[in-house]
Design a protein around this ligand. Sequence first.
Ligand code: J2J
Length: 531
Amino acid sequence: MTFTSWPPELAELYRDRGLWRAETFDDVLAARAGDPDLADRVAVVDAERSLTYRELDGRVGRLAAAFADLGIVPGERVIVQLPNVVAYVETVFALFRARALPVFGLPAHREAELVGIAQESEAVAMIHPGVLHGYDHAGLARTVAEQAPTLRHVIDLDELAALDAAPRDHGRSDPSEVAFLQLSGGSTGTPKLIPRTHDDYLYSVWRSNEVCGVTADTVYLVVLPASHNFPMSSPGILGAVYAGGSTVLSPSPTPSVAWPLVERERVTMVGLVPPLARLWTETAESGTEHDISSLETIQVGGARCPDELARRIGPALGVTLQQVFGMAEGLVCYTDLDAPIEVVTTTQGRPMSEYDQIRLVDEDGVPVESGPGLLEVQGPYTIRGYWNGVAATSFAADGWYRTGDVVELADGGELIVRGRSGDRINRGGEKVSAEQLEEHLLEHSAVRDVIVVAIDDEYLGERTCAYVIAADGEPAPKLPTLRAFARGRGLAEWKLPDSVVVIDAFPETGVGKVSRRRLRETLAATRPGAN
Ligand code: J2J
């Protein structure tokens, strides 16, 4: 069993109420391209290229046929590891048309991530950038292919551009089936792949459009990696396509690169993580020659936006701030665009659907009357299980998703994120699994034992600190050594340890069995020697 469906009575409810509209992603693109009012409007643009809906649809048809000619058949998985370029959007929609399942990789992923993703998804192809920022992705792709026996095709951006075949009918996907695999933040050794259906994901997209005021006039800028769930769907690229608006893809999130695009394309909306929101705010506060006055809404999410920063964003950038608390597994909360400033600057918003059900529980799963508590959720766009049923403990016995987030409810029903249980570190929106990093560092000969915890960081919110007990007779390992070691084991750059503290022994946790989780909590609370 690869995919856990919703209980039939809930699925029926979501269909009856018109949440699940039995549309597919390919239906949506074809409809926009076939709409005389939208066909010749710009669908997607990057620093170099621009395509109307009609042109995008045409290219998608030819690319889908070329994928089919390669022998990629409906239901097969294809890893998409591309940067923010028009070809990314072409590829994803071409896979939808060919009825293959995109698996959303990130350009920053390295061997440790990609091998796991390829094996777990049994991907048959991987589409990669070739050389990006001086890094040889072709070599990486070959290494991945050697370890993932299902991987038959490795395609770089140039080869992709040359793929071309006469468009044909590929049949239609079942909207209730899985459309793609998204990645869970901070995945452990076995990556947690997130199966999302056309029905459930498109609901989250069109409902996001309603809450975020996205229309055919919206010009949405992608500065975060396009495969992230946030810029993909909240309302993101797919929201813009759903509404017949435009998507602008920026190769970098820094103002010097992104703002000229804002100016050129008259961008109205962008999603940022807090460290970028700070950079954009500070840059605007100190004055800019770029005309960014077209910006109407800046969304901030992925990690907790400090209240102090939230108060500065609107005035500095001349925009409405919208906080977004979401997860690739489903639930997305937004502050309303017309919410009082106090709500916008101190809360992470409300669940976007009246059919989202949330509850707060304690560590034993017992409901708590008032927060803070661990957030659990079920609803019309929240998954009931990971691909292949891995990490089943992430779901309660009744199928609700256990987010691991500690939240509190404000008087107006908004959620305030207070932290997280367990072992996931939120490094400015990029998630790091403490467990995964520990497993890799433990392989170093100078490390006898290691616990990885989050420590506060002014810019990132949190960063990683590895508490290391040195192996007998070995010199205490230093930060550069451990970073180089973890990099050499194929970990993505953002997962390398930010600091190392060597200690003689871990603190007593007061529990008989040595619990790594308890140790992480104790170390995080007492932070011996960390700064
Ligand atoms: C605190 N923590 C937050 C926030 C996410 C929209 C926006 C973000 C994501 C995302 C997403 C937070 N304040 N505003 O998928 O569609 C932390 C929580 C959450 C985890 C999910 C979307 N916004 N978080 O960040 O799957 O801990 O999705 O459970 O990458 O990020 O991470 P991810």
